[in-house]
Design a protein around this ligand. Sequence first.
Ligand code: B12
Ligand code: SF4
Ligand code: SF4
Length: 412
Amino acid sequence: MVCEDQVEAELPAAAERPGAGHGAERALRRPRLLKPERLKQAVAARALAEGFSVVRVAGVDSIPEAPGRLAAWLEQGHQGEMAWMEERTDQRAAPRRLWSEARSVVMLGMSYAPEGDPLAVLGHPDRAAISLYARRRDYHDVIKGKLKSVAGLLAAQGGADVKVFVDTAPVMEKPLAQAAGLGWQGKHTVLVSREHGSWLFLGAIYTTAELPVDAPETDHCGSCRRCLDICPTDAFPTPYQLDSRRCIAYLTIEHPGHIDAGLRPGIGNRVFGCDDCLAVCPWNKFAQAAREARLSLRDELDALPLADLARLDDAAFRSLFAGTPVKRTGRDRFLRNVLIAIGNSGRADLAASAVALLADPSPLVRAMAVWALIRLDPPQALTLAGGALAMEKDPDVRREWLALTPATDAAS
Ligand code: B12
Ligand code: SF4
Ligand code: SF4
């Protein structure tokens, strides 16, 4: 999902393109470059062959409302601690500011629509809900290679320069995708497609080629507000705007520190990301189960027991989530999330998992172990509090204990 500095922009070397080099003979043998309409068809054919579900073209000046909307979002602090969203905002909101030679933006979507109900795991509070996009090989890696293949064709057959982006700084993929007609930004702010519902990974190719542009898509949300009403943490201050600071995807993936106590109950058993607002969208009923993205799905990461995840040390965490987006959060942040899920489980038998982590080296983990234990077994927490407080130096962890027993602290 968010991965600003991970995927670099790509400029195929000019020497790889037909027509590069010198000499009359080479010039005679040079393949003819395709005209814009044919080039666009060739790009679309290559994109579909690579497994993309949809590909369309937007102009470089197609999102004139984006700078103002991005600025307003940032002014309200909706980015939380994603400080990188505050950088290079002029380039983010306007393709031409990022690359002045760019003339067209090719927007691509790859479906990852599920076969079953992605919210079924929410009915099993002793199991971990990992969002659909993350239970697979990191889509940045999957899509980047495919984007390069499409961009390579554009360079070779169009004589154009290209840059590829998937989630990279600084591009506003959703408004660009809407401008290209892939779908529209629904009230949950994610792009919705009439054919693929909410389940599209997006990627972009900026190019110096002047390709024929497609018509933008219009809003088909109507009076529906299912995505707004389902949100467990009330993260939409108004339709079409998301306050990341309340969104479980942000809290469990991007937020580096402790999660506010008031937001923890709403997280339920979602330990990495959240699919609720996407899954309830009625447009999903038109989505065919994903073809290409299915290949990278790792079914064994579905509904893992929380008790097993609570036992992960750093090496085991890395090994279990190798190649997936989950690995990027690191073990401590992930265990923080797992302990919140344990605290929300209502399962007294999971209290032992919390107790086992009360002395973890990470204060992030210790704090949530305390919180989970207090939720599941207050008498046991009371028994352990005095001794723990006598040893504990970290102010945040102490605060969690004190929520149970201020009197004990005074005595310690
Ligand atoms: C930052 C970020 C996040 C943040 C903030 C999300 C957000 N809504 O901005 C957090 C961490 C919360 C997040 C979560 C998720 N993300 Co994310 N994220 C991004 C990232 C890097 C930038 C998005 C951005 O520019 N946000 C800034 C704000 C200003 O943009 P915005 O939401 O588009 O704001 C618009 C609206 O407010 C609208 N607006 C404002 N006022 C008004 C008024 C009216 C009347 C209207 C109509 C519109 C309107 O205009 C604004 C500009 O378009 C993109 C990748 C990229 N480079 O684009 C991925 C991306 C958006 N994420 C993605 C995904 C999959 C997710 C999750 C589903 C992951 C998960 N399962 O947990 C969740 C979805 C949560 C949600 N409901 O949005 C995909 C979405 C694919 C799609 N089909 O749209 C993207 C595109 C990555 C990708 N390459 O595929 N993400
Ligand atoms: S991803 Fe979850 S928490 Fe975030 S806005 Fe959607 S429903 Fe709310
Ligand atoms: S759930 Fe309804 S309001 Fe939300 S994006 Fe889908 S159609 Fe629009």
